[in-house]
Write a protein that binds this ligand. Structure first.
Ligand code: NAD
Length: 474
């Protein structure tokens, strides 16, 4: 039984439009309005109008509304978790965790709103004062993915609203219901409706084009694939928007011979198989030193073989479906290529029967850089294991990718910890840790993994402009 329906405004539904299905069952959850261009443009215009009064409130007043939104999300944690599981497929326990994680960005940025400090700079000449003001950038747009349908939104809307901006959001076609539920709760929290509006559409590229071409929108924050990020960057050139991009990854997870192997396996399980391997920071390549390779693979295989695949709403399920058939086909293609080139399957390696796109949690050994699976983001529950001999070799393999989002390594040697941490060309590094995401730390990548940072004290800067004022005649 669904309990989340009261969280979505009745006027979002229609007969024909954006069809949202449950990836575990194929059942239709809802059909949503396919908004017209004029509706999209009206939403942008209203957001721009509303932000002026919002920005003129005290930071404390804006913070109170954000905190109320946070509280309502937490009060509705179970309903939201059921909704996330229904439209994105992740196991219910993970969905509950996402609700708490997502809400934490609102609480955090409610506090950060009060700490947007400017500067007074000692002037370069007598009779003058130099002031630096930080001001909201204006109306912002967000485009978000399906794999974290709640947290990827609050991570953007929290700092935008805290800074005094408004935000229009185009969520992923697969998971718009969670976005609409967030919109409802924002309004219940007393945030004026035009300040946070959700656009539902069957044509993401077309709406993306409108958002990029709009001069009213001064900031675009995108989380999704690197390919789409590059399109949006090109499309935004003419309006010279401020951009932030959280894009794809190809995370290495290095296990050195001096690692605590049991701890490394624990870290591997949470990092690799969360959300059926469909997270941007999840491990794509395990690099394991030759002398501990067999031990690590044996322990990982034992744990992976005990995982339960199925509908995430069912008790005990630890791996849900992939988001759709295309995602399953991609994983199968990468697996076939790797096996043809000599990789060995230690666990899984096949589809699992069911109405959804289920793939068995897999361990694939003897993987080499020649295989497509080494350089492509897998986005599925497949652990690839690569063998290495020296620290230098491990670092070289880890950095041999166009991506630079998250990296992990396990060692008990302090000197090595420091050396490897510095040498990895990544935006985030977990040292003896498999899960690194938290609202208090800066999340983001380098190279083709993105621009800018979300969360932490840095996240609000993405929605602020710096204004330098020279006051003379004093
Ligand atoms: P995607 O790029 O296909 O879609 C992301 C969003 O962009 C969706 O809302 C989609 O509707 C929209 N979109 C698609 N084409 C568009 C276009 N031409 N113009 C404007 N909008 C368009 O990605 P996805 O499949 O939804 O998500 C998976 C990807 O997201 C992975 O690569 C993953 O690594 C990445 N991701 C990154 C982070 C991060 O923080 N770095 C977090 C989650 C997901």
């Amino acid at each position: 039984m669904t309990t989340w329906t009261d969280l979505v405004n009745a006027d979002a539904f229609t007969e024909q439009g954006l069809v949202v299905t449950n990836p575990a069952t194929g059942n239709v959850l809802a059909t949503l309005r396919d908004m017209s261009d004029s509706e999209v443009n009206a939403i942008i215009a209203e957001a721009d109008l509303a932000r002026v009064a919002w920005a003129s409130l005290t930071a404390k007043s804006r913070a109170a509304k954000l905190k109320a939104w946070n509280d309502l999300i937490l009060a509705n944690q179970e309903k939201l978790a059921q909704l996330i599981t229904a439209e994105c497929g992740k196991p219910l326990a993970e969905a509950r965790g996402e609700v708490a994680y997502g809400a934490s960005f609102l609480e955090w940025f409610a506090e950060e709103a009060k700490r947007v400090y400017g500067d007074v700079i000692p002037a370069h000449a007598e009779g003058k004062q130099i002031l630096v003001l930080k001001q909201p950038i204006g109306t912002a747009a967000a485009i978000t993915p399906w794999n974290f349908p709640l947290a990827m939104i609050t991570r953007k809307a929290g700092p935008a609203l805290a800074a005094g901006c408004s935000m229009v959001l185009k969520p992923a076609e697969a998971t718009p219901l969670t976005a609409l539920a967030l919109e409802t709760l924002a309004q219940r929290a007393g945030i004026p409706a035009p300040l946070f509006r959700v656009i539902t559409t069957t044509q993401p590229a077309h709406v993306g084009g409108i958002l990029c071409a709009s001069d009213t929108i001064r900031k675009l924050s995108f989380t999704g694939s690197t390919a789409v990020g590059k399109i949006l960057m090109r499309q935004s050139a003419d309006t010279m928007k401020k951009l932030s991009f959280e894009l794809g990854g190809n995370a290495p997870f290095i296990v050195f011979d001096d690692a605590d192997i049991n701890a490394a396996v624990d870290g591997a399980m949470v990092s690799k198989y969360r959300n059926a391997g469909q997270t941007c920071v999840c491990v794509n390549r395990f690099l394991v030193q030759d002398s501990v390779y067999d031990d690590f693979v044996a322990k990982l295989t034992e744990r992976v073989s005990a995982m339960k695949v199925g509908n995430g709403a069912e008790e005990g399920v630890t791996v849900g479906p992939l988001i759709n058939q295309a995602a399953l086909d991609k994983v199968e293609k990468l697996m076939t290529d790797a096996c043809e080139k000599g990789a060995k399957i230690a666990a899984g390696g096949h589809r699992v029967d069911g109405d959804g796109a289920f793939y068995a949690p897999t361990v694939l050994t003897e993987v080499t850089p020649e295989m497509a699976i080494f350089s492509n983001e897998i986005f599925g529950p497949v652990a690839t294991v690569v063998r290495f001999n020296t620290e230098e070799e491990a670092i070289a393999i880890a950095n041999a990718t166009e991506y630079g989002l998250a990296a992990y390594f396990y060692t008990q040697n302090l000197g090595r910890s420091w050396r490897v941490m510095q040498a990895l060309e990544y935006g985030m590094v977990g040292v003896n840790e498999g899960i690194i995401s938290t609202e208090v730390a800066p999340f983001g990548g380098v190279k083709h993994s993105g621009l800018g940072r979300e969360g932490s004290k840095y996240g609000i800067d993405e929605y602020l402009e710096i204004k330098y004022c020279l006051v003379g005649g004093l």
